[in-house]
Design a binder for this molecule. Structure first.
Ligand SMILES: Nc1ncnc2c1ncn2[C@@H]1O[C@H](COP(=O)(O)OP(=O)(O)OP(=O)(O)O)[C@@H](O)[C@H]1O
Ligand SMILES: [Mg+2]
Length: 1046
């Protein structure tokens, strides 16, 4: 295929990857045969075809395609290919990407149903035991697992699945061909809603093989339900039904001599059926009614007759009648009579005649068949009711039909049933031919596409042989059935020979040549079916076709109080004068309806092949298989596939689906769809031999081409989806962004407005304030008035705040902020208050010692400040309490002073009054006197009362004179002393003696009394350094150094 170069995916990546996957799968396939017969090199060779099947079968690859038709070979063993994971693998995946499987067909149909909304059907054909029923069940399971579900859908799925075991129990039986052979045809519609969920279903049943109820060939069984009931039914139930556990007890169950089969577990199956009945909404009483009917069939089988003297049949098994009366809810005696009499209405009169033994047995069996057959139809109806979609009409549904009909079968003895079954298969084959081969050619012609005709066998000729009006076998049979007079199976055969003797597909003993005649009995006719020859024995044809039930038995059943029987036998039947349609005609009509149903749908095919007759695994019986390949028309099918085109699509549909793969056609193509498709396939790079353009459709030769295109579409879809997502996201984000932007702008402008207003208000306020300030400043010296009150307040406030921050730290700190004029008075007051406060605080902190010190200092200041040169030097030096401790004063002195406390003691130098000799002395001040001490002697005691004054010079010397009252002779006169701490000593002395006002500070010289009226003079002069000496004039001259401070 040209898709290699095709670059299917011009707008994206991934096509190569897909191609590689496909190709590698192809290589792998070679080892185990090709997975599509279309890929067979030698596609015309049947041997190659079968060899491919064998290769695959050996590898347990039971599925192979012919294009879109699935060929399935029954493996007769459980394969691990039906798991949930497997189902998931096939879900939504293109045919060719995974190996062939039922699930691929199922999924493909399902997808067509969903995407094109066209009803589908899957036709499963193949001979008995080829695996049709199994395939149907697996497809249903696939849908149950993979389709979308909801609570309601789950119930429907359950019912769809559970309808199977019930219908199989009543409609399937063990035959020689198949242990679970479907003895009725089944067409099941599954309804899907618009979401693709299964929401309902409907089953059509076709011709149940009723004869099995009363007779089975050797090695075969009756319908499963009888054995299941006997094996699995609870004792209580069996007692109610009057049944025994042993199937051997029942005539209807022993005809085939194989009531028990190893491959069947009736007990287990019973449980499954019992559970399934509840799922498909059977109530307990309905189950009981249904089982009563099943039991009644068994009892009927055991009804025996004996002939009386007249040869008329009499019932000998009264017990059975009793059970039957109860189970069928009819009058026992009426039933008994009905079984042994025949009622005929002739000219409005009822004629009752007795039956002979044979007739009675026939009547009994007819009743058993009628009861069972009608109950089976009732059962299908009941299932349909439980599957019915509850909301038809208001929601359109699409349906997918599954046809599982009895396969073509050939036995040693083939009767009416096989005739019907094989006729049915002929019809299906014809449908297959019509839908695939013939219609394919016709379509090519209609589309104007060159076509090489493919030879195929059209089985219409056989169908016509069976069903043609007047000339067909069914017509002839009906005619014989209706004909008055003695019509028998043999007359029927003769009539057949007469009417269709020249038909190439018809043979009888009489018509056959010498050689073939041997293989044909005189009571037989042979049809050359498309699937092979089958020889039918005409015995029973008329009876079975008439399907007669004597009138009185019908009447009895109509009176039954068993609700199911009551519904099955309608009273109108009794009054209806028209002859009922014969079984074959009914079947023919129902088949033609089925064909209509199938034709209205898009079909998919599963062709089942049975690998061997022994039901054994791993056995590939080539002869058997070749036969099936032939009659299934698989080779023709393949030839057509290879000659023609695998796929076709209307231009509109094709373009609509794939237009996104080409820029010119995407998103819309304005021209004719035909041209659009031409552009599209050119762009996709389809090669000339890969496709053809018809009148209304494009034809694609190989499935591969289409699948590659599909794959490209898948990839493209992804990128389109991404693009759409991106566009939408962009749009959505932008919308959100614009919204946010608007909001942001709104918030911003509001906030800016607020800020602006705030700022404007602030400015206005500032202007007002400044204006007031300036005005206030201008009016500052006016009395308080509105113009200046703000300013004044502000000035006051700021002065006070400034003052608060800059208050003087202590009394010596004389700083004080300058007050505004209006506050000068207040400032003054505050300042005083502040000072007082500081003083007060200071005073509060002062200690007594310090107070004393200060008092002394104050006195010193009063006496000396500005008067004596060395006073300033003394100011920073603290006055000491005493300069001499008691230990430095002679003990004797202390003793002499007795208790007189020494207030102050200081070493001094005493100058003699006469010679001015300097002598070291101690001056002690007591409470009462100043005492001069020399060592241990008290040299002079000056009571303060006698101290008349103290003289001192104004210079920086340390000399001083204590003036003593001279009238007291005891006194030696004034004392000239020198102290290093003259200010301290004098202050203390003056204070102690209470002579503060008596301290004289003299300039130049001091006169003093030497004693007895004599005077001394001390002259003070300033000099460079201290010098104390007696001058020539007899005065004491003191040169006092000049101090800088002065
Ligand atoms: N896919 C399968 N895997 C395993 N076993 C299978 C498969 N298909 C069929 N079988 C076996 O083959 C038997 C017969 O299959 P089935 O009943 O489906 O045949 P049929 O075609 O319906 O026959 P009939 O026409 O008689 O009804 C099954 O009971 C089962 O044992
Ligand atoms: Mg079947």
């Amino acid at each position: 295929c040209g898709l290699g170069e095709l670059q299917i995916n011009p707008w994206g990546a991934g096509a190569n990857g897909i191609r590689l996957t496909m190709e590698s799968a192809l290589t792998a396939r070679d080892r185990v045969g090709v997975q599509d017969f279309v890929l067979l090199e030698n596609f015309t060779s049947e041997a190659a075809f079968i060899e491919n099947l064998r290769k695959r079968f050996k590898e347990n690859l039971i599925y192979t395609y012919i294009g879109s038709v699935l060929v399935s070979v029954n493996p007769y063993k459980e394969l691990e290919i039906y798991s949930k994971q497997n189902m998931e693998r096939y879900r939504g995946v293109s045919f060719y990407e995974v190996s062939p499987h039922l699930y691929a067909i199922a999924d493909n149909s399902y997808r067509s149903l969903r995407t094109e909304r066209k009803d589908q059907c899957i036709l499963i054909s193949g001979e008995s035991g080829a695996g049709k029923t199994e395939a149907t069940k697996k497809i249903l399971q696939y849908y149950a697992v993979t389709c979308p579900a909801s609570q309601q859908v789950e119930t429907v799925k359950d019912r769809l699945l559970q309808s199977n075991p019930v219908l199989e129990a009543f409609g399937n039986a063990k035959t020689l061909r198949n242990d679970n052979s479907s003895r009725f045809g089944k067409y099941m519609d599954v309804q899907f809603d618009y979401r693709g969920a299964p929401v309902g279903g409907h089953i059509l049943n076709y011709l149940l093989e009723k004869s099995r109820v009363v007779h089975q060939n050797h090695g075969e069984r009756n319908f499963h339900i009888f054995y299941q009931l006997l094996e699995g039914g609870e004792e209580d139930l069996l007692r109610r039904l009057g049944l025994e556990k042993n199937p051997q007890q029942y005539h209807y169950l022993v005809k085939g001599h194989c009531a028990r089969v190893s491959s069947i577990n009736d007990k287990n199956d019973w449980k499954i059926v019992r559970r399934a009945l509840s799922v498909i909404s059977f109530k307990d009483n309905e189950v009981e009614d249904l089982l009563s009917i099943v039991a009644s069939v068994l009892h009927l089988g055991n009804v025996q007759f004996a002939a009386d003297e007249q040869g008329n049949a009499q019932v000998t098994t009264e017990n059975q009648i009793k059970y039957l009366a109860r189970l069928l809810a009819v009058e026992g005696s009426v039933l008994r009579d009905a079984l042994i009499h025949k009622k005929i209405i002739a000219k409005g009169e009822e004629l009752i005649s007795p039956l002979n033994l044979e007739q009675a047995a026939y009547a009994r069996d007819a009743l058993a068949k009628a009861i069972y057959g009608r109950t089976f139809s009732w059962l299908v109806n009941k299932v349909n009711k439980s599957l019915a979609y509850e909301f038809p009409g208001w929601r359109s549904t699409t349906v997918l039909g599954l046809l599982d009909i009895y396969g073509f079968e050939v036995f040693q003895h083939n009767s009416f049933e096989q005739f019907c079954i094989n006729y049915c298969n002929e019809k299906l084959q014809q449908l297959f031919i019509e839908l695939t081969l013939k219609s394919e050619q016709e379509e090519y012609e209609a589309e104007g596409i060159a076509w090489e005709p493919v030879q195929y066998f059209n089985n219409k000729i056989i169908c016509d042989l069976v069903e043609e009006k007047f000339k067909g076998i069914i017509s002839i049979l009906d005619e014989e059935c209706l004909r008055p007079g003695d019509a028998t199976d043999t007359t029927f055969l003769e009539k057949l020979e007469e009417t269709v003797k020249n038909h190439p597909h018809f043979l009888t003993h009489k018509l056959a040549d010498q050689k073939t005649r041997k293989s044909l009995g005189r009571e037989e006719f042979r049809l050359l079916h498309y699937a092979g020859e089958v020889t039918y024995s005409v015995a029973g044809f008329l009876d079975k076709n008439n399907d007669l039930l004597f009138r009185n038995l019908k009447e009895t059943m109509c009176n039954s109080e068993n609700p199911i029987i009551n519904q099955c036998f309608d009273r109108t039947e009794l009054t209806d004068k028209k002859r009922p349609e014969t079984a074959a005609t009914q079947f023919k009509n129902s088949l033609s309806k089925l064909m209509e149903i199938l034709m209205s749908k898009e079909p998919s095919y599963i062709r089942c092949i049975k690998p061997n007759d022994a039901k054994q695994a791993d056995r590939f019986d080539e002869v058997l298989i070749r036969h099936q390949v032939k009659y299934l028309g698989l080779m023709e099918n393949l030839r057509v596939r290879r000659a023609g085109f695998a796929y076709r699509r209307k231009y509109e549909v094709f373009l609509q689906r794939y237009k996104s793969l080409c820029p010119e056609t995407w998103p819309t193509w304005d021209g004719r769809p035909h041209d659009g498709v031409a552009v599209l396939v050119k762009h996709l790079g389809y090669k000339q031999e890969e496709y053809k353009m018809g009148r209304t459709k494009i034809f694609i030769r190989f499935p591969k081409t289409l699948f590659a295109t599909e794959d490209a579409l898948e990839v493209r879809k992804q990128s389109l989806a991404t693009k759409m997502q991106a566009t939408w996201r962009g749009f959505y984000r932008r919308k959100k962004f614009l919204h946010m932007k608007h909001s942001a702008i709104a918030i911003q402008s509001w906030w800016r407005g607020t800020l602006g207003r705030r700022k404007a208000a602030k400015r206005k306020w500032a202007v007002e304030t400044i204006r007031r300030f300036i005005k206030g400043f201008i009016y500052r010296n006016h009395p308080r008035c509105p113009e200046n009150e703000y300013f004044l307040d502000y000035i006051r406030f700021s002065f006070l705040m400034n003052l608060k921050r800059n208050l003087p730290k202590n009394v010596l700190d004389k700083s004080w902020p300058t007050p505004p004029p209006s506050l000068s008075e207040a400032s003054q007051l505050l300042r005083q208050l502040c000072m007082q406060n500081m003083v007060w605080t200071y005073c509060k902190r002062i200690s007594p010692e310090w107070k004393q010190q200060l008092e002394q200092k104050v006195i010193a200041s009063e006496i000396f400040k500005g008067k004596k040169d060395n006073y300033p030097q003394s100011v920073p030096r603290l006055f000491i309490n005493t300069r001499l401790g008691n230990e430095e004063i002679n003990a004797k002195v202390l003793q002499a002073l007795d208790n007189e406390a020494i207030k102050y003691a200081v070493p001094v130098v005493k100058y003699d009054r006469k010679g001015y000799k300097a002598r070291a002395r101690q001056l002690l001040l007591t409470q009462n006197a100043a005492i001069i001490i020399e060592e241990s002697k008290i040299k002079q005691r000056i009571d303060y009362g006698n101290l008349t004054g103290i003289s001192v010079s104004s210079l920086s010397d340390n000399l001083f004179v204590l003036h003593v009252h001279c009238e007291d002779n005891k006194q030696k006169g004034d004392v000239v002393l020198q102290s290093d701490h003259v200010i301290e000593t004098l202050t203390k002395t003056a204070m102690q003696a209470g002579k503060v006002n008596n301290v004289n500070i003299n300039q130049g010289s001091i006169k003093f009394t030497v004693g007895q009226g004599k005077e001394g003079i001390i002259d003070f002069i300033s000099g460079s350094e201290l010098l104390i000496a007696k001058a020539k004039n007899g005065h004491l001259t003191v040169v006092a150094p000049r101090l800088n401070s002065r």
